[in-house]
Structures are given as structure tokens and as C-alpha cells.
Design a protein around this ligand. Structure first.
Ligand SMILES: Cc1cc2nc3c(=O)[nH]c(=O)nc-3n(C[C@H](O)[C@H](O)[C@H](O)COP(=O)(O)O)c2cc1C
Length: 169
């Protein structure tokens, strides 16, 4: 299954993680959703890894504060039936502990509406935060990463997650 990585960023951290993912998945492309042609680029991928930071603290909608906010409106009307979609979020579990990686859930909800097969859900073990909209039925709906406080854990989290999504896709 060929993954395409889609990311958006404000200060570069999500782009850096997308680049590291690309290195770990040889042959994979990483595309900034701010410069793709539109939602068709997402639907034409065989399998997706969507990397999203959270900036709009506490918001119900447009939680990312990046180009994902427009795309997320369009995704539910597309046909992603059975297509594997993995979601990765960047956030700050200390400074924004009540809203940790909230934007992941907004993407999750949009892709579920579009019929996608969401893969790569992860246990909350090992994370310290107060609340997150991205915890569904006791699990994160993707992989949260905290480059602000726990960057030393990112490589091991990424490696374990890649093994997981490759087996689930
Ligand atoms: C003003 C501001 C608001 C933020 N709001 C949140 C938030 O609600 N939840 C969260 O987990 N992280 C929040 N963050 C942390 C960012 O998501 C985090 O630094 C992320 O790595 C940024 O990714 P980027 O460099 O790709 O834009 C916020 C950061 C700032 C400066």
C-alpha cells in the first residue's frame, strides 16, 4: 500500500515530522496541503498519512489554523470508501493541556464521514495532558506528537506507529 504524506504547518514542526516520516517510508512523497491542487489530491492517493498541528485552542471548528481547515469542510463530501487514512497530530501537552492535539479529531470525523478506513489509533499511555477531543473510546484517533516538550520521544513513537499503520493498511 503506497502512502502519501499530507501536512500543514505554521512554524515548521509538522513539516519536519513529515520529512522524517518520508525518510522512514522510502518512496513516499510529502505534500504541503497549502500548495496542493485541492481535495482531489487527497482522494487520488492510495493511502494517506495526514499530519496536522493544533493552533485554534478550544475551537469546535477550524481547529488547526492551517490549510487543513478549508479541506476538512470538503472531505465529508468525497468518496474515501475503504481507503486507509492515518492521522498524526502535533501539539503541546503542557501549555495546552486541556486541548492536546484537538485538531486530529476534526480530521478523523471528516474522514469517517467520507467512508475512510481510519488506521493508526494509539493508546493514551505515556502521555501527560488533561483533556483532548482526539481521545475517542479511550484511544487517540491518531498519533499525537509533542515536539515542544517531548521531542526525545518522537523517533520511537514514529517508528512504532509506522509498523502499526503498515500492518493495518
Ligand atoms: C497560540 C498557540 C496556540 C496553540 N494551541 C494549541 C492547542 O490548542 N493544542 C495543542 O495541543 N497545541 C497547541 N499549540 C502548540 C502547537 O500545536 C505546537 O507547537 C505545534 O508543534 C506547532 O506545529 P507547527 O510548527 O507545524 O505549526 C499552540 C501553540 C501556540 C503558539
Amino acid at each position: 500500500m503506497a502512502f502519501t504524506i499530507f501536512f500543514a504547518t505554521s512554524t515548521g514542526k509538522t513539516e519536519d515530522v513529515a520529512d522524517r516520516l518520508k525518510e522512514l517510508l522510502p518512496g513516499t512523497e510529502a505534500k504541503d496541503v497549502d500548495s496542493i491542487g485541492g481535495v482531489d489530491d487527497l482522494t487520488s492517493a492510495e493511502a494517506l498519512i495526514c499530519c496536522v498541528p493544533t493552533w485554534n485552542t478550544g475551537a469546535d471548528e477550524a481547529r488547526s489554523g492551517t490549510a487543513w481547515d478549508d479541506l476538512v469542510q470538503e472531505i465529508p463530501d468525497q468518496d474515501f470508501a475503504g481507503k486507509p487514512v492515518a492521522i498524526l497530530g502535533l501539539g503541546d501537552s503542557s501549555g495546552y493541556s486541556d486541548f492536546f492535539c484537538d485538531a486530529m479529531e476534526e480530521l478523523h470525523s471528516a474522514f469517517v464521514s467520507a467512508g475512510a478506513k481510519v488506521i493508526g489509533k494509539t493508546a493514551t499511555d505515556g502521555y501527560t495532558y488533561d483533556d483532548s477531543k482526539s481521545v475517542i473510546d479511550g484511544k487517540f484517533c491518531g498519533l499525537p506528537l509533542d515536539e515542544d516538550n517531548e521531542s526525545e520521544l518522537t523517533d520511537q513513537r514514529l517508528n512504532a506507529w509506522i509498523t502499526q499503520i503498515q500492518s493495518e493498511a
